[in-house]
Design a protein around this ligand. Sequence first.
Ligand SMILES: [Ca+2]
Ligand SMILES: [Ca+2]
Length: 389
Amino acid sequence: MKPNLIFKNFILIFLIFFINISCKDEKQFQLTTYVIPINGGEIFPAPGMYDAGSKLIFEAIENNENFTFSRWSGSVNDVSNPLEIQINSDLSIVAEFTEKVSPSKDSDNDGVIDSDDLCPNTKEGFVVDENGCKIENEFDDNYSLVWGDEFEYEGELDKNKWHHQIIPPNNGSWWNDEMQHYTNNIKNSFVSDGTMKIVSIKENYTFNNSTKNYTSARLNSKYSFKYGRVDVRAKLPSIQGTWPAIWTLGTNINEVGNYFGDSDGSVGWPRCGEIDIMEQNGWNKNELYGYFHFANPQGDYGSHGSVTNISNSSDKYHIYSMEWTDKVIRILLDNKEFVSLINNGDVPYDNPHYLLLNIAIGGNLGGDISPNFIQDTMEIDYVRVFKRY
Ligand SMILES: [Ca+2]
Ligand SMILES: [Ca+2]
């Protein structure tokens, strides 16, 4: 062999050897990618095997205008987009996106926009605080506020919440031989200094040719509810002959002039069911009545109730409450139960009720009216209706 040929062969062998060696050294690394949340967007390049030392340009692309790229995580921690990384080991790259909050979006429809709402999944129907969270009952946190009036305004009652019942249903008079007319005059019911006042006044008043010597107010809530808890914080009138009441009737009562009668009225009293959360007679202001009046499915009248002692009912606020489930109805004074009724098929307490607040004058439970009577007031700090869940 010529020396020249030997040299050429040597070069060839060397090259084959070298190429062989370098092929064996051509290393690859694995790229894995993740997107959080999964519908937030996409990552480029695609996962797979990449040659060692390759420079990869990572790009995070938002799926739509609801998402915005926030950062890279996993094997890196960076916010640049695009981001260049040289692959020198297996890489696990996470693109994190955040959902944009549109300025006015209110997902749970509670009046508090998503960006301010600390309780994002409030169930429909509950009243919320400024953070968008339900307002729990102070005595029982299973109950949260669904309706109420705190009376933090002045003047006329909130027309969205209250209806004045003024038409006497019994030939120009109210039932039970009561002596008053109910009016929607602001002097008989108004809000001031954080409380609502129902004022009974000795004055002649004529309605539809029927003249009475006293006026007062009888309010219907424009809100109805089935089951729940009611709390009313009130001071009661003190003069002999006043008959104050905080109570409910079924919305299905046929009664002229009440709020729900025209739309829901289908049965008479007592088939509609009545719950007297607070009643006081006209002659003993240290007694408090909690009562149920109802009819069974056959229409037979029934009642159940109790009397408890109460002191300072006109000087001090007390909380008059009712708790109503499909099993039992309890009546409470300052959160202490004093009478209850089993709610079963014999009583009509599985239909919506509305609230009534009034002072009657005289009659069956008002009795003799003091000759010194000029006017007297029931003062209500709040009315609150709560539901479970
Ligand atoms: Ca909200
Ligand atoms: Ca909320």
